[in-house]
Design a protein around this ligand. Structure first.
Ligand SMILES: *Cc1c(COP(=O)(O)O)cnc(C)c1O
Length: 381
């Protein structure tokens, strides 16, 4: 029987490994190891939790179903997931990235990727022609985020998949911002999908996790070996928290993106706001591409205010919204990318990207929409 995404979030795809007592909530197998029945017989598929654990396996099967992936591997964080993906490459390989990436990913490339001989090329991926021009015979992957963090730039996933295929490279998509509820890059031709499960998937600002989803089952063994030799596999408790969160992903996302749209509209009409970056607004340059490849605009938005002083005032005066990094949880958060999420990006590069001292990023949470607008209003007065 076919299952819609809401049903997949609650039940998985029906092929999911089940707890033998059929508990509705998967038990937390808080154990380091599993006993062997006798010599020559391994215990089911579970030996040692760094390799496999039933709670984690249950979650991985859910996430794979949500992304339409052959498999998903769960990591201790989004960064651990990205680290594992980098380990799939060899020294001398080039990776072509969107110029506007999550700050941690840029730092990882600079501090470890480069040391391991990977060569990073940056491109404005909003234009497929520029992406194609930047490809070289050594380019082994195109790595994108769409919408991007924090500029909300939109990249055409299917167009990039086609370019990648032409050059025998992979397309890797960090799908954290829209979540599998709103966007499924594998269906658009991506080879690898990355998630920070910390954000919308777990969705409660109470745990850290990450995923690598793969389109091709042939890659699973290699990726699993990397995951358990790096030792960054997700702990049972955090796997359980992430799966508990996923059950409500659709209702959370619906509320959050409805609120984000209302807030974006309100900000647009505010005299002290210079520009609003939200892919749900028809005037956003990526609106049409996002509408074509996703089922919504998500709940992340950025905006610039009239002066650096006003940006500082907003951060100091918000009462319901918290000045904090991260995103995707029930609590609305506002951050100042110039010194927070993108502190490691050089001032020149920040300026080029548009991350100025007047620029704020907001993750719209689950509070009442009018309360959030009233909070922004008093903070900007
Ligand atoms: C947060 C985030 C990451 C890193 O995830 P962690 O769980 O914090 O390690 C990667 N990509 C994007 C887009 C993110 O928002």
């Amino acid at each position: 029987m076919s299952r819609s995404i809401e049903t997949l979030c609650v039940h998985g795809d029906g092929h999911r490994f089940a707890d033998s007592r059929e508990s509705l909530s998967m038990p937390i197998y808080q154990t380091a190891a599993f006993g062997h029945p006798d010599l020559g017989h391994s215990p089911d598929r579970f030996y040692y939790t760094r390799l496999t654990n039933p709670t984690r396996t249950h979650l991985e099967e859910t996430v794979a179903a949500l992304e339409g992936a052959a498999a998903a591997v769960a990591f201790t964080s989004g960064m651990a997931a990205i680290t594992a993906v980098f380990e799939l490459f060899s020294p001398g390989d080039r990776i072509l990235c969107s110029a506007d990436l999550y700050g941690g990913t840029v730092l990882l490339f600079d501090s470890i990727g480069r040391k391991n001989g990977l060569i990073l090329d940056l491109v404005d991926s909003t234009d497929p022609a520029l992406v194609e021009n930047a490809m070289t015979p050594e380019t082994k992957a195109i790595y994108i985020e769409t919408p991007s963090n924090p500029m909300m730039n939109v990249t055409d996933i299917a167009a990039c998949a086609e370019i990648a295929k032409k050059f025998g490279a992979w397309l890797i998509v960090d799908n954290t911002f829209l979540s599998p509820y709103l966007q499924n890059p594998i269906a658009l031709g991506a080879d690898i999908v990355i998630h920070s499960g910390t954000k919308y998937l777990a969705g409660h600002n109470d745990t850290i996790s990450g995923f690598v989803c793969i389109a091709d089952a042939a890659l699973e063994e290699k990726l699993r070996k990397i995951s358990y030799t790096l030792g960054a596999t997700l702990a049972p408790m955090d796997a359980w928290l992430t799966e508990r969160g996923i059950k409500t992903l659709p209702v959370r996302m619906e509320h959050q993106q409805k609120s984000a749209m209302a807030i974006a509209q309100w900000l647009k009409g505010h005299p002290r706001v210079k520009k609003v970056y939200y892919v749900g607004l028809p005037e956003h340059p990526g609106y049409a591409v996002n509408a074509k490849q996703s089922r919504g605009a998500g709940a992340m938005l950025s905006f610039t205010v009239e002066s650096p002083e006003l940006a500082q005032q907003v951060l100091a005066k918000v009462q319901i919204i918290t000045f904090a990094e991260s995103l995707g949880g029930p609590e609305s958060l506002i951050t100042f990318p110039a010194t927070q999420t993108h502190a490691d990006v050089s001032p020149e590069d920040r300026e080029k990207l548009g991350i100025t001292d007047c620029f704020l990023r907001m993750s719209v949470g689950l509070e009442n929409t009018q309360d959030l607008i009233a909070d922004l209003e008093q903070a900007m007065a």
